[in-house]
Design a protein around this ligand. Structure first.
Ligand SMILES: Nc1ncnc2c1ncn2[C@@H]1O[C@H](COP(=O)(O)OP(=O)(O)OP(=O)(O)O)[C@@H](O)[C@H]1O
Length: 352
């Protein structure tokens, strides 16, 4: 594989920044009893304060399930069957997200963590103005604010995302797709959350608009200090905008590392395949070969490493035992779940 130079637009958050969200051994099933299928297997992931963490993987790999589970927005038949999610506020002790009461969750969402969902730009209410929709969020969560203060804050939020405050009186249909998406981001930032989760936030937009919006988001996080989990199947976007990337396959994280490291030297054959599935906008061209075959069906997951039937480098242990996500060599910032990166297959046999 070539080793092109990338110029990430992010000013990387230090690798030593304290955690803001710690996910350990998280498991999610869809359904219960005999019909249940496991959509997340023992997911370990840490989001650090101020970083942009990219989550990549083909459709069905579990990205959205992870976002819904950590915000407790998973609806039936989705069930969290194990693991731990800890939120670290700026002050005070860590909070167990999975044990939060409905009242605590209401405060947690929007104020501490907000989500921009897939297709969010179409979820603005068509019969209400931008002003009404922005001020409604403030009214619900900051009842002490006066009407004038709410409108002022709404103006400020629009400016933050690059829309003239004159557009406060506009209805969604009077705005372009890119502007509607910016309004959604403004809403997500309304209560100054510590974490913003963006699930395929820009896929409905053209490539130039997608990048403009993401560049602005990255600038805002530098200004306001929130952390971002950015979910997409397009790894080339993540390379450009993330500090760190976690790659999911079949409900597991198979590799996580700094964005530039993954780009230059992917250690999991699936990461390598993904990198050859999307055109990179920067650096020399690389051949687009894609990944043969299709993602696994949760009802009949392959034994061992779920990627082995599609993997060009599969060898003896891959079909028999599941490799665990483990640090690679002395590179403490990177972990990979692949037998190729492990000399001691027996020790790491991953029936975790
Ligand atoms: N309500 C549901 N009932 C049963 N299975 C589900 C349900 N929702 C999701 N799944 C399954 O869980 C797995 C993970 O889905 P998820 O939507 O989290 O993946 P994703 O990586 O976000 O995909 P996409 O990029 O298409 O959104 C998929 O196999 C999907 O079919």
């Amino acid at each position: 594989m070539s080793t092109p130079e990338t110029t990430p637009v992010t000013a990387a958050a230090p690798a030593t920044a304290p955690p803001v969200l710690e996910i350990s051994s998280l498991c999610v099933d869809y359904g219960v009893g005999e019909g249940a299928v496991r959509a997340l297997h023992d997911v370990d992931l840490t989001l650090r304060r101020g970083e942009v963490l990219g989550l990549a993987g083909e459709s069905g790999s579990g990205k959205s399930t992870l976002a819904y589970a950590v915000t407790r927005l998973l609806s039936p038949p989705g069930v969290i069957t194990g693991g731990d999610v800890r939120y670290h506020p700026r002050e005070g002790s860590p909070v167990d997200v999975l044990a939060m009461t409905p009242q605590q969750l209401r405060a947690f969402r929007w104020q501490e963590v907000s989500i921009v969902f897939q297709g969010a730009m179409n979820s603005l209410n068509p019969v209400h103005t931008v002003r009404a929709q922005l001020t409604d969020v403030l009214k619900a969560h900051r009842p002490q604010m006066s009407r004038a203060e709410r409108v002022e804050r709404a103006r400020e939020l629009l400016s933050l995302v690059g829309i003239s405050p004159d557009r406060l009186g506009a209805y969604p249909h009077q705005l372009s797709g890119g502007m509607r998406q910016r309004v959604m981001i403004a809403m997500a930032l309304a209560l100054e959350p510590e974490i913003v989760i963006m699930d395929e936030p820009t896929t409905a937009l053209d490539v130039v608009m997608q990048r403009q919006i993401l560049r602005q988001l990255v600038r805002l996080r530098e200004e306001l200090g929130f952390s971002v989990v950015f979910i997409t199947h397009d790894i080339s976007l993540l390379i450009e905008f993330s500090d760190r990337i976690a790659i999911m396959y079949g409900g597991r994280i198979v590799e996580q590392a700094g964005a530039a490291d993954i780009y230059r030297d992917p250690r999991h054959p699936y990461s390598d395949g993904l990198l050859h599935s999307f055109p990179a906008l920067r650096g020399p061209r690389r051949e687009l070969t894609g990944i043969p075959g299709s993602p696994p069906d949760l009802r009949s997951m392959p034994s061992g490493c779920a990627f082995h039937p599609r993997c060009p480098k599969a060898f003896d242990p891959c079909g028999r035992r599941t490799p665990r996500l483990a640090p690679v060599g002395t590179d403490t910032g990177r972990s990979v779940a692949c037998w190729l990166n492990d000399d001691d297959h027996d020790r790491r046999s991953g029936e975790k």
